[in-house]
Design a protein. Sequence first.
Lengths: 808, 294
Amino acid sequence: MVKSAAEPQLKAQAQAKAKARTDLVSGYAALPGSADEMLDKSGAVRPVWQHLLAAIGRMDETDLVNRFARADRYLRDAGVFYRAYGSKENTERNWPLSHIPVLIDEKEWQVVSEGLVQRAELLEKVVADIYGEGRLVREGFLPPALVGSNPEFLRPLVGVKPADGHFLQFCSFEIGRGPDGNWWVLSDRTEAPSGAGFALENRVATTRAFSDVYAETHVHRLASFFGAFRDTLQAGKRHPEDRIAVLSPGVANETYFEHAYIARYLGFMLLEGEDLTVVGDRVMVRTVAGLKPVGVLWRRLDAAFADPLELNQNSHIGTPGLVEALRAGSVSIVNALGSGILQTRAFLAFLPRISRHLTGEDLRLPSIATWWCGQAAEQAHVAANIEKMVIGPAYSVRPFFDDNEQSVLGSTLRDNAKTSIGEWLKTDGAKLVGQEAVTLSTTPAFVNGKLTPRPMSLRVFAARTLDGWQIMPGGFARIGSGDDVAAIAMQAGGSAADVWIVSDKPVARTSLLPAEESFTRNMPGSLPSRAADNLFWLGRYIERAEGALRILRAWHGRYAEAANPDMPLLKDVTEYLAALDIDTKQPVPSSLLANISSALFSASNIRDRFSPDGWLALNDLAKTARKFHATVQAGDDATHAMTILLRKLAGFAGLVHENMYRFTGWRFLSIGRYLERGLHMTRLLGHMTGPNTPDGAYDMLLEIGDSVMTHRRRYNVATASLTVTDLLALDPLNPRSILYQLNEIKTEVELLPNAFTNGQMSSFYREAMRLHAGLAVMTPDGMTPAVYRRFEQDLEHLSDVLAQTYLS
Amino acid sequence: MIYDINLKITYAYDVPVSGGRHMVRVLPLSQPGRQRLVAGSVSCVPTPQERHESTDFFRNAATSIVFRTAHDRLMIRMQARVTVDPVPITADFSPKLADLAPALATVWTLDPDSPHHFMGVSPRLPEVATIAAYARTAVCDGMTVNEIARALCTRIHKDFTYDPKATTVDTTPAAAFKLKRGVCQDFAHVMIVALRSLGIPAGYVSGFLRTIPPPGKERLEGADAMHAWVRYWAGPITGWVELDPTNDIPAGTDHIVVGHGRDYADVAPVIGILKSYGGQTTEQAVDVVPVLPA
């Protein structure tokens, strides 16, 4: 009976579901005048797409949305972000994934790959000539002005041969499919191509959404491409002890996440220019274990910033002497400094002829037609065909769809600048190029509950391997935000999609991780001094914030109950805090916020060493503190706020404590915390256990030191100076006592690199031992304000000695 | 002329610096037909931990020095003997401005002296619209490149006041142009931007001036420190010509060349990268004494 009653309802649901299915894909059609990735010329679904499309057809919208949510959650949990410029603040943005991958037949990909390999080989010849013999200019294949006036032409590198014999090791290409179905190269990237890491993350996220379809489809894997490139870089070392590192411009860079990600994925160090120093003709990294040689740098830093001594003198992110080390041939930089000149937009105009001259072959994948207006005939051609042209800066190293709108479509210009075009080209011709206004193909994106055609271009990566150039089977697709298929419309931004190269046979499954039976346990490499410095200070700032929060909580608790807001204890603590730059008039003082911001900044410099959870917890603490700063009132409200902040802080500390690998980095973080906690307690006891202690100070001290219960259990007397001193200064078992901190520091110090050299203690070790012994022999009645003051100075000194020993 | 040149550059640091790396370009060059370096040396106190000699892209002599120990003073000293040849006086073979671009298009080389290095923007010299407008007013139809350069040199000398207090080593050409004041570096930078805006390749020359003028001549501005002037490319026949806008004269036997570059950044006497927490003061002492033939 029950069954029959439910039947009509089920039927209606099934009908609705069927309707939803057809809605997802029905009505999808290529846009007039452009090719489509999913549909062929006749409008039929290309064979490689059929499986995915059938699978999507079986899903309803809810199912699909849930799948996309899985992908987005992965990206969020993994902390994938990029930094967006332009708005007031540089903000971190979530990675904009377009969830439907782009599928390409491996046979077609083979053609693309061969074309790009040819192109990479040609580009290598061109750049080797520009920084070598200079024959292309002398023999008339490359106008000298395009090199001589080119900001990417780095004269100090002329005549410098790359140590491993190659200028280019890693390139990317932006390609698009024209209306006739053939692929075009829109731009070359040789300076410091980004995106390979994002391609990996796109792949992981997309397979979260379509794990079933992915498993059933023969999609070429990405790992072997990275593995082959890693092996090449390994082979580039000339000394076995050489390090390999990813050289990043730093956290402010828009793709810093990727630098950290790639470094971790490939097992290389992540360094910044400041981490390096040149000694003799060798590049060395400053680590806590001393200077260590670096043999290969995969740079993500623009070449001009790499050496302030010989390149851009205003660079603060470079390494003085790096060019000299290159001249000595002791280090490989990938790609060679100066390779960015190949990205110059006007070069596209000369590549076809150079290709025929140098290799006797035409380019297998043509570049978009480009005319440099520094020549009379070309200038005239561009002026006459302005409707079909994109006009942009000749020396720009960015493709026209990515150059902050410095390029304009001729047809949009004409109305208001009809007469001036010819004049513009004549006066500024040498600085301009005209490029054919190409249109792109479309690919399905999920928009408003339907598959919708969106313009796309592909970024494809090429790596030099021991067996020659390899093209990553896949890459990432840029998906336009509107339906304008003119390539220049990509300026408006959009999203990124995974690219699946599909075979009709099973593909090899590779992973960068060796098979289990052959595992070795690698100890982490030497910790760069800058990372240690940031970890140490992160520990100090976090602990400093905690100390301030504890005092403020105790203060506001008493303030809320006090009949007299000027009672001596409150006044006394207010003065104490004022000396630390903390103003009790502000319920959540701005100096506390500054402290938390400093912790956040230190952490941001070492994000590759953190779990995304820890990072989110720290950000959450900062956000809440800022909110409280604006809203919280003195008294009970503030007490409550401090409790919340303390809990969030403990959450961060707990995540770090539970999850961080116990190695050198952990030790610096811990020493920072112990040292700051010791300082906090020393200062506080020195101030509040003296002869003129106001009423209630001892109880307040115990509360700040989280030791009320312990005191009650251990001493069984009313709080008094000696018992409080005993518990908070000298008790080795109380995790908030000064002696406890020194005990812990001593333990960590023994395990630091170079704690002993030739049987002798390092100066930091000796100083920590001395301080520990000095306190361990004290009795409570000996702890006078003068003794505390001396200890405070000694602890500050210990911090300086640590910096001198390990952090400079 | 034969000169003995002594240069002493001293840096005094408020707080001792823990180390540093410097690139020094102070040694006069040998340039056939212009001057010859008979002998020369660069020395430093304290003695650097490392020292490398090289020749840079524009064929200037460069010395890099590295310090790894703390010091609060640095002295760089250069001593040299140089013979300077007189520039022969010839008729004006430079092309008219309109004919310069076609002449440039026939030069297919990027050798260090190629005019193509000296056309576009360079590290210190962006395009400056105000200077470009100023340059245009100095040009009349039919003028040769030499005539234009001489006219600009005279105008800048007339319109600008030599004033060491007005600008610093970091002053931009736009700022110096607005002030109409400055030192040799500013005069040279403004003139180079002006020449390039007209399509005339122009570069920066650093060097020395003789300290005591010949009897009966006035002492030249800029003789008490390193000097700077301009060279421009006057077509394939004439090649490079040097003018000194600070003194409104062609660079002659009183001018000793140390380096050629696109602007100051290419030939700065000392580029230093230091780890430092305080300020510094710099002093330069120059002595350029003619050696009378015995």
